[in-house]
Design a protein around this ligand. Structure first.
Ligand code: SF4
Length: 354
């Protein structure tokens, strides 16, 4: 019986023997970290490129949306509740961390349920939860909104910047300047959405897709599965991460999301506006929609000078190709969101290669 190390060596050898020219993209912050940490990029042969795509929710959040959140958080009477990753993301002028230093009530939590508890315990405060993330985090936020409605909490709302992955991948692969030959599909997101969206990508874009787990061996096996498809000239949707992901995903989570959210257009850093790629509160729950409740205006997306996050999130550049990488921009003094978020490609490259 081979052990994991034998199996990893065997898989790596298969990859190193492959003569297929392939650019393989992962679209999950956890994969970004796993690949950087394992040093896989330096082990695969030069004919195989491992790219990072739009897989970090904080990184893909449009600049204008960050400015809109900062506008709301700075208002008196508002308590913005957020995951920690968002605190240092630079807006056009300031970050959430900076306005908190100026007195804004901004609290960091690990779960949206904490925001619900705050709303119940502080009825005089308007508690706004900042909803960021893909299909992985949206169901938990949806559950909170349903609980708030059941409890008739009127001081709780959600600023939804939630996004769904498949429309972004379709937009990405529709762009002829983007060169991707195979997709390392996100394990956590796929546990919710299942295999069907990738079957569509495989069919419409002739894109081999494999849903991958997060151990080094999972990623190696996924690369072998993608190379096998490319060698045969086929494009299929397959699951490597079968211990977690089912072909039909998680119907309970999907049903919960569809009760609470409705699809909307959303702006993605690097990809622009993509129809149907966002999640707004459904019409019957619009009183929990912080954008509507507090009439937050739309803000234009302004580029951060010199930052190449948009190109990195679409696989056009790797982090080291940004002129500011490791010079003007480091995890201690980040310029763009890809260096702020611990799942960002620039932060992952910096941490494991510099
Ligand atoms: Fe933006 Fe910094 Fe990454 Fe360059 S290194 S793309 S400035 S986050």
């Amino acid at each position: 019986m081979p052990n994991n190390s034998d199996l990893s060596s065997y898989l790596l050898e298969k990859i190193q023997q492959s003569t297929v020219e392939a650019s393989l993209m992962e679209v999950c912050g956890t994969h970004t970290m796993a690949i950087a940490k394992s040093g896989l990029r330096s082990l695969v042969p030069p004919n195989i490129k491992l790219l990072s795509g739009p897989g970090c929710p904080v990184c893909v959040t449009a600049q204008g949306d960050i400015d809109a959140v900062i506008d709301l958080a700075a208002r008196p009477g508002i308590c913005l509740v957020t995951f920690g990753d968002m605190m240092r993301v630079p807006g056009t002028e300031r970050s959430l961390q900076e306005i908190r230093g100026e007195g804004a009530d901004i609290r960091v939590v690990y779960s949206p349920m904490d925001a619900l508890k705050m709303a119940a315990g502080e009825p005089d405060k308007e508690i706004v939860f900042l909803g960021i993330g893909f299909e992985t985090t949206a169901p938990a936020v949806a559950a909170c909104v349903e609980m708030a409605a059941e409890r008739r909490l009127t001081n709780f709302s959600v600023f939804s910047l939630h996004k769904v992955v498949p429309p972004a991948l379709e937009a990405l692969f529709s762009d002829p300047t983007v060169k991707v030959d195979g997709l390392i599909c996100p394990g956590h997101v796929s546990a919710v959405i299942g295999l069907e969206p990738y079957m569509k990508l495989a069919r419409d874009f002739h894109m081999p897709c494999v849903v991958a787990g997060f151990e080094t061996m999972d990623v190696l096996q996924t690369i072998v599965m993608l190379l096998n498809q490319l060698e045969k000239g086929v494009a299929q949707a397959q699951i490597q991460y079968g211990r977690v992901v089912r072909p039909d995903g998680n119907p309970v989570a999907l049903d919960l999301m569809s009760r609470v959210f409705a699809p909307s257009g959303a702006r993605w850093r690097g990809l622009g506006e993509i129809p149907g790629s966002g999640l707004r509160l459904a019409d019957n729950l619009s009183n929990y929609d912080a954008r509507l409740k507090f009439e937050v205006p739309d803000y234009e997306d302004k580029e951060i000078k010199g930052c190449a996050c948009g190109e990195i999130l679409t696989g056009r550049l790797s982090p080291q190709e940004c002129k500011l990488f490791g010079k003007g921009c480091t995890p201690l003094k980040p310029i763009g969101p890809c260096m702020v978020s611990h799942e960002g490609a620039c932060a992952a490259y910096y941490r494991y290669t510099v």
